[in-house]
Ligand binder design. Structure first.
Ligand code: G6P
Length: 609
């Protein structure tokens, strides 16, 4: 995710800002930039790629100041490029800003500024409007101008602004995006995240929503929404920089598991209009295109493929179109039936997986319409697709994918609903029910995460097993594959997933005393069949951990442990059912002392065949 660092002091702002930005590198970014007030003007330097690219263009001693703001960008609006990087200036660069978050009404503001003030825009970003807004309201008082600009903005933001005419200060403001001020002696910092500051300060003020902060070298003044000064206790940071990057979590994987309510919210909510219709920015498929598809092909690798397994059932049910699914490494070598009436969906967190990219090219060559579901903006898969549907999960650092998976699922639902509505294959009542259950997911996931201790306890009990099975039916079968993959990836336990109904055709031969089986039983219409499957293996002495919806207690009679997930319609339960499996895998691996964030032999992004 984007990172912000601002410094006000006596000298060498450049050095401190670069230090701070480097501390935020672990979060992933695609470009970096810095703005300094020098001799009555603001100078902005920015560069796509790594911070070292930026360092190459800011080397000369004259490019320095006692004050400055810097940014690492993770693209959301507009591909990674020099121009789209932050900081952004207004028309005469008398104001510069850096921004984290999304300005939802930026198009409206853009049109208004262009029409009434003749503003021309240099970038494709939503953020640039902030610099112009502040510029238009600026009348010698940066704080006042920032407040006026904020009143025009809707969305989420942490913004830091500097003005050429007030070169001794930074004004910052936040709403739904983190911001902290670091307290120094003769200098002060502002940043999006604590790790950026730890080399220089240990005391910080945590800025709250709708607060504005004015930083000078000797003072940090916080104002509330009504413009009144706020007294804030300092927060003493006791963690080291390494722990701070993980925001107190022991591993990135656990942090990312906990970021799922936010990722789901971001991916979902911004795409739903007030009237319940779905807005798919970046997707230009027409009604006619959608009606003309006689087949959908989903292709992906690893966890993304497992999201596709759920996507297949969801899209078939909602959009009444046959959906085939394949792993990319198979698809690309088997001359599949794909033509101009095929919608080809590539799912990829990184957007750089070589097999997925090759499969996409193959589908394109055969004339398919290519839509990708991708987390990394501007990645190769995104660039080569006709339409891109972004999962707004934020950067995923742990090799084992968690928040990318749940946000990929959200994209599958939105796509199913959108296609179904467009084709008229979905009843209004059913559409409304799915939508309302989807909207309830962030809170329900949050609730489920509160069962972390209970799940950790179960993991402690079973962590020495060397073999685990995962079974489920319908949508649960897809989730079983993901649960099994999570466990084997990070704990090196031999885990195996199979559709529960298929057990009796071979795998049941392996069931014996103490065999551990995870049984997913969240599909109401398959619940009884699932209970029978569990009974069959229980009769052979297997130990069962089941995952069921609250209130479906029948299964307790045949299992050793039950983890209940909040009630919901069957269709959306995969988003909830996977959470206990992620936590189980995490705590088992932790008990076994594994290198959770970087498991052996695995890579986050596989760019080779
Ligand atoms: C690697 C990663 C997996 C990931 C898969 C697909 O194997 O370790 O976590 O699911 O690649 O990656 P993608 O970036 O295309 O989703």
């Amino acid at each position: 995710m984007c990172g912000i660092v601002g410094y006000v002091g006596a000298d060498h702002a450049k050095e401190k800002i670069i230090d701070g930005l480097k501390r935020l590198e672990y979060r992933g970014y695609d470009s970096a930039g810095i703005a300094l007030p020098i001799d009555g003007k603001i100078q902005i330097r920015k560069h796509v790629g790594e911070i070292r690219n930026l360092e190459k263009i800011i080397g000369e001693p004259e490019f320095d100041s006692a004050v400055g703001i810097g940014h690492t960008r993770w693209a959301t609006h507009g591909a990674p490029s020099d121009l789209n990087s932050h900081p952004h200036g207004n028309s005469d660069n008398s104001i510069a800003i850096v921004h984290n978050g999304i300005i939802e009404n930026y198009q409206e503001i853009k049109e208004w500024l262009a029409r009434d003030y003749g503003v021309t825009f240099k970038s494709e970003t939503d953020s640039e409007v902030i610099a112009h807004l502040i510029g238009i309201f600026y009348d010698g008082d940066l704080l006042e101008a920032v407040n006026k600009a904020v009143a025009e903005m809707r969305g989420a933001y942490a913004v830091c602004a500097i003005a050429a005419a007030e070169p001794d200060k930074i004004v910052a403001v936040r709403k739904d995006a983190p911001l902290v001020a670091g307290v120094g002696k003769g200098f002060n910092f502002i940043a999006s995240d604590i790790p950026a500051l730890l080399k220089y300060v240990r005391q910080v003020y945590l800025i709250e929503n709708n607060e504005t902060v004015v930083l000078t070298k000797d003072d940090i003044v916080i104002y509330n929404e009504e413009g009144r000064k706020v007294r804030r206790d300092v927060f003493n940071v006791t963690w080291d920089a390494d722990a701070a990057e993980k925001e107190g979590y022991e591993h990135f994987m656990l942090k990312e598991i906990h970021e799922q309510p936010k990722g789901i919210y971001e991916t979902l909510t911004r795409r739903i209009n007030d009237d319940g219709s779905i807005r798919l920015d970046g997707i230009s498929m027409t009604k006619e295109d959608i009606e003309n598809f006689n087949k959908v092909y989903i292709v992906a690798c690893g966890t993304a493929y497992h999201a596709g397994l759920v996507g297949k059932l969801v899209i078939e049910k909602m959009a009444h179109v046959p959906v085939e699914i394949d792993v990319a490494s198979e698809f690309r070598y088997r001359d599949p039936f794909v033509d101009e009436n095929t919608l080809f969906i590539a799912i990829s967190q990184s957007g750089e997986t070589l097999d997925t990219l090759a499969a996409l090219r193959e589908a394109k060559r055969k004339g398919a319409r290519v839509l990708s579901v991708v987390n990394v903006v501007g990645s190769s898969v995104a660039r080569e697709s006709d339409d891109v549907f972004y999962t707004w999960a934020g950067p995923e650092i742990a090799v084992a994918s968690t928040k990318a998976y749940t946000t990929q699922l959200i994209c599958m639902y939105l796509l199913g609903l959108y296609m179904g509505k467009t084709k008229g294959t979905i009843e209004d009542d059913y559409y409304d029910k799915v939508l309302s259950d989807l909207k309830a997911l962030p809170d329900k996931v949050e609730l489920l995460l509160k069962k972390e201790d209970e799940i950790a306890e179960i993991a402690r009990k079973y962590h020495r097993r060397e073999q685990v099975f995962f079974i489920g039916r319908g949508l649960d079968s897809g989730v079983s594959y993901e649960g099994s993959l999570k466990l084997k990836e990070i704990s090196y336990i031999n885990s195996f997933a199979i559709a529960a109904g298929e057990l009796k055709h071979g795998t049941i031969a392996l069931m014996e005393e103490e065999t551990l089986v995870f049984a997913l039983a969240t599909q109401d219409f398959l619940y009884e069949k699932m209970v029978s499957n569990v009974e069959e293996i229980r009769a052979r002495g297997a130990r069962i951990i089941s995952v069921a919806k609250e209130g479906r207690t029948e299964i307790e009679k045949v299992t050793d442990e039950v983890i209940y997930i909040p009630d919901c319609i069957d269709e959306v339960s995969p988003v909830l059912a996977v959470i206990p499996l992620q936590l189980f895998a995490y705590y088992v691996a932790r008990e076994r002392g594994c290198n959770i964030d970087k498991p052996k032999n695995l890579a986050k992004s596989v760019t080779v065949e």
